[in-house]
Each structure stands twice: as structure tokens, then as C-alpha cells.
Design a protein around this ligand. Structure first.
Ligand code: UDP
Ligand code: MG
Length: 337
């Protein structure tokens, strides 16, 4: 634990549990049941976000919402992706404390009680750290290790290894998080960035209850690029550094070539020149590509589109519908006359 205020105990008015759902028809019923048992006796709401599911999840979610007013349902107009769906759920949460977790039961809902203990003791952000991960491929585990190493080197926030999005936030850090409306969202980095007092609880990550992972390799690559680009400018600086190193080499080469000429040694040099040209061309293209990644993201931000669109809401009063904190860019401009 990095800190908590001694002697302070918070009392819980309402706990919001937020989970994104994308094609989880086989899991959703069991997930609901386990959350209800785990949180029995506590005042809680379960905010479920249907991220454009195409299987029977929507029917299942409607059934849950019809049978239990604590289940509050936000259905997005299409699939917006895990991080955005989570954000939509957080936007609709009304609790003093909010927990986000996956709906596939890899994050055990029973752990929420331990997180709440930390929150009651004054901790603002409580994240769950995976001690063991069961039922995940070797490939996923190895790439995760590589990703965290790279992120550590490049990024300015210190990320706890082996912690996912399973965490509890107090209202204050949550509001801070919700004021950050960037499109490329890496929520676990953003919750560290906001600061406040943070604590960790260890847990064992279970295998998926049913269905299969929605993170394909290309989605994982995209997610990692989003994570790094939203917390680091280092890759851009790297291009400058490489430029300097290679120019220095060229400057050293000039007197060497002149000296060799004067001394009468003739260099055929065709292949070495080809290699140099190809190498330089490659490095330049890579640098351009890196810049392109950032420009593409700037373009996404500048368009100022809403993060997500809601198709329908259930058990959510009109009063509780969040106003979009980031209106479209056009609305923000005042004509200069
Ligand atoms: N999910 C989502 N939208 C997506 C992909 C996933 O809402 O586009 C949800 C999914 O239903 C699950 C959670 O995000 O509740 C985590 O996804 P998944 O289990 O596939 O990821 P993994 O645990 O394999 O990293
Ligand atoms: Mg999962």
C-alpha cells in the first residue's frame, strides 16, 4: 500500500459495479448470480454495457434488467471496443465507489469485498494484481511480459505489472478520470496518472467461464500502440536520436574516404553503398511511420466525435444520463466577428 489516511472510515452509500459485455451469452447469467451472492447485503448497482453484441447477450441482458432494478443497462449502437465500453459504463455509474471488471468471470467478484476494505480505510484507487493467471496461452503471457517491459522504458507513468482493468475507484479519482475524454484510451494507465492514494490486492485470475477471448493478435497490437502513444513521446524522440547517430557516422566517413583516395586505395564500394541506401531508406520510413501513428491519433482527437453512441438504456432515469463533457468541436468554436 502506498498510503491511506489513518483513522478514517468511509461509509458506503452506493457501490457501482461496471462490466462491459461483448458476445458473452454463456457467461452473463452466471456473472450476475456471482456478483449478487458476493455483494449480498451491500447497496450496489450493476452497470452492464452491451458493446454491440451479435449473439444472444442482448436478450439475456434485457431479461436481467427486467427482473432486477439494480441492473442498469447501457446498449451501445455498435461494437466500440473494451476500453470505450468500460468508459460508457463508468459515465453512467452513480456510486461513491466504482469497481470495473470483466464480465467473463476471469476477475472474481468476491475480491470486491477486499477492495472495499481498503477503500473504507481511505484508499482512493485499489487495483487487483494477478498472482497467477490460469487458462491463458503461453503466447499471451509472454507478450504481456514484453509489453510491460517496453511500456516501463518508454512511458512516464509507472504501471503495476500484472494488473488489468480490475480495480476500484473512489468518486474523486473517477471524476478525474471521466474528465479525460481522449479517444485512445488506456484506462489502467489513466487511473495511475490521476494519482491519489493507491493500493494493491493480490488475486488469482481464473480461466474464462465460457466463450473465448475477444482480443485477437491485431487488437492486442493496436491496444499496445494506443497505450504507448498515449503515455509517451519517446518513440518520436528516438527518430531524432537515430538521425543524429547516423549523420555523425556519415561525417566520420567523409575524411576516411578522402584519406583512402589520397593514399591511392580504390574502393569498389557498390554493395556497401547499396546497403547504406537501403538501411537509411528503411530507417526513414520507420521514423515516418512512427510520426504517422501519432498524427493519426491527433486527427482522431481533432475530429472531436463522441466516444460512443448509446442505442438504448434500461433502468436508467433521464436525470442520470451523463451530459457529454466534450461537445463536438464545431460547437466549441465561436464565430470571430
Ligand atoms: N469486451 C467488450 N468489447 C470488446 C471486447 C471485449 O466489451 O470489443 C469485453 C468482454 O465481453 C469481456 C471484457 O471486455 O467482458 C474482456 O474481454 P476478453 O475476456 O475477451 O479479454 P481478455 O480477458 O482475453 O484479455
Ligand atoms: Mg477475459
Amino acid at each position: 500500500m502506498t498510503g491511506s489516511s489513518e483513522g478514517l472510515t468511509r461509509s458506503l452509500g452506493l457501490l457501482s459495479v461496471v462490466a462491459p459485455v461483448y458476445n458473452e451469452e454463456g457467461t452473463i447469467g452466471e456473472f450476475y448470480a456471482r456478483v449478487c451472492v458476493a455483494l449480498e447485503g451491500l447497496p450496489f448497482e450493476l452497470v452492464l454495457v452491451d458493446d454491440g453484441s451479435t449473439d444472444g447477450s442482448a436478450v439475456e441482458l434485457d431479461r436481467l434488467a427486467a427482473g432486477d432494478p439494480r441492473v442498469r443497462l447501457v446498449s451501445l449502437s455498435r461494437n466500440f471496443g473494451h476500453q470505450t465500453a468500460l468508459t460508457a459504463g463508468l459515465d453512467h455509474a452513480r456510486g461513491d465507489a466504482v469497481v470495473m471488471l470483466d464480465a467473463d468471470l476471469q476477475d472474481p467478484p468476491e475480491l470486491i469485498l477486499r477492495m472495499l476494505d481498503h477503500w473504507r480505510a481511505g484508499c482512493d484507487v485499489v487495483y487487483a494484481v494477478r498472482q497467477q493467471r490460469e487458462g491463458e496461452s503461453r503466447f499471451k503471457l509472454t507478450t504481456a511480459v514484453w509489453f510491460y517491459r517496453l511500456f516501463d522504458r518508454l512511458a512516464q507513468v509507472e504501471l503495476q505489472h500484472n494488473s488489468g482493468d480490475f480495480r476500484l475507484l473512489d468518486r474523486a479519482p473517477l471524476d478525474a478520470l471521466l474528465s479525460m475524454r481522449e479517444r485512445n484510451r488506456f484506462l489502467r494507465g489513466m487511473t495511475v496518472w490521476v494519482g491519489y492514494t493507491q493500493a494493491a490486492v493480490p488475486y488469482r485470475r481464473d480461466p474464462r467461464y465460457a466463450g473465448k477471448t475477444k482480443y485477437t493478435i491485431s487488437r492486442m497490437v493496436r491496444f499496445s500502440l494506443d497505450a504507448i502513444s498515449s503515455f509517451s513521446h519517446r518513440p518520436l524522440q528516438l527518430a531524432t536520436l537515430l538521425g543524429f547517430v547516423i549523420s555523425t557516422l556519415a561525417f566520420i566517413a567523409i575524411p576516411v574516404v578522402i584519406a583512402l583516395r589520397i593514399l591511392g586505395s580504390y574502393l569498389p564500394g557498390f554493395s556497401s553503398i547499396t546497403i547504406a541506401v537501403l538501411l537509411l531508406g528503411g530507417i526513414q520510413l520507420i521514423a515516418l511511420g512512427i510520426i504517422g501513428e501519432y498524427i493519426g491519433r491527433i486527427y482522431d482527437e481533432v475530429k472531436g466525435r463522441p466516444l460512443y453512441l448509446v442505442r438504448s438504456r434500461k433502468n436508467i432515469a433521464d436525470l442520470d444520463v451523463p451530459a457529454d463533457p466534450a461537445p463536438p468541436l464545431a460547437a466549441r468554436h465561436t464565430p470571430d466577428e
